[in-house]
Write a protein that binds this ligand. Structure first.
Ligand code: ZN
Length: 323
């Protein structure tokens, strides 16, 4: 599926098989010199076929094309090495690239999950089901790094990079101040709430995410072009909804903790989730994984605010409302 958004700007809908997100939006900016493709798809045949069909329809020559990747997640980044040519620049952010290059980050994450109550036998299964593990980038390409505030020119479009940490550490949006459009990646989505997870010590991704929402809220934006689903016309309204959502989730966690001390896995199991399973035990492991990561993100944020306290004993982390 391909759609013309504005002059020289196209959206290609790239399917994501077996993924609740259903598809990803890949955007193409055509120009007489270099074209720019913003986000791509998973390293899967179905994604490659869809994007190549779309590019053929627009008449994009990959020899004259550069790439911008909003963040490290495989559905946005993994297809880039298949599409990039020798002359292609791949614009990316440094914090996410450091995660790519990290030594076996999955092992660190598994260890952290174990400490937060995730059962050992479910851990391996969770990893093997994780789309980032199954269809992630195998070979890390050579990136051209862009920092917050850097400029990126593509045809008639003059973008400013707006780094929006939260969904990932280096997530970056592209803002066009004259056209008042924002390519939001997974920072702002409609119908679904961008997933904010925490799988590492000493991090507060939800705190960063909420600050990044305020940063974008201050921009003059008429149209948000997100990484998934429909375009967003009213950016500030959507941002306010997202902030309210996280306030509600934090309140829910505080009420779960009023029952007593729990680990993150137990807390996630006591929260309400928008899924059709009779109980937490029946959740597929991959869903338990996302839920627990999200619970930890809220717990870390509440901890920073002094509303929740952690205790580490015998390599197990628990949370309570009293210190
Ligand atoms: Zn993502």
């Amino acid at each position: 599926m391909i759609e013309r958004v504005q002059d020289h700007l196209w959206r290609i809908e790239v399917p994501l098989p077996d993924n609740p997100l259903r598809s990803i939006n890949s955007y193409v900016i055509e120009s007489d010199s270099r074209n720019l493709i913003i986000d791509t798809g998973l390293d899967r045949e179905e994604c490659l076929d869809a994007i190549l069909a779309g590019l053929a329809e627009v008449g994009v020559d990959l020899e004259r094309t550069d790439f911008f990747v909003t963040h490290m997640h495989a559905d946005h980044s993994a297809l880039v090495p298949k599409l990039a040519r020798e002359s292609s620049k791949i614009f990316f952010n440094r914090p996410d690239a450091e995660v790519f290059e990290g030594v076996s980050p999955w092992e660190t994450i598994l260890e952290y999950a174990g400490r937060n109550g995730f059962p050992e036998d479910e851990l391996r299964a969770a990893l093997e089901n994780h789309p980032g593990y199954k269809h992630g980038v195998v070979k890390i390409p050579d990136f051209t790094f862009l920092d917050d505030g850097d400029l990126l020119e593509a045809g008639d479009y003059s973008f400013r990079c707006v780094q929006t940490p939260g969904h990932t550490k280096g997530h970056t949006c592209l803002y066009e101040p004259d056209k008042k459009i924002l390519f939001s990646g997974d920072h702002i989505l409609i119908d679904i709430t961008p997933n904010i997870q925490c799988w590492r010590d000493g991090m507060n991704p939800l705190g960063e995410y909420l600050a990044s929402l305020d940063k974008v809220r201050a921009l003059d934006i008429d149209l948000v072009l997100p990484g998934h689903r429909r375009f967003i016309q009213n950016c500030t309204e959507r941002i306010d909804q997202l902030k309210q959502h996280h306030d509600r989730r934090a309140d829910e966690i505080l009420s779960v903790l009023s029952e007593g001390t729990k680990n993150a896995y137990e807390i996630a199991g006591s929260m309400s989730w928008d899924l059709d399973y009779a109980s937490w035990d029946l959740f597929p492991v991959a869903q338990k994984w996302f839920a627990t990561g999200e619970a930890i993100a809220h717990l870390r944020w509440l901890e920073e605010r002094g509303e929740v306290f952690t205790e580490t004993e015998a390599n197990t982390v628990t949370f309570s409302r009293e210190c």
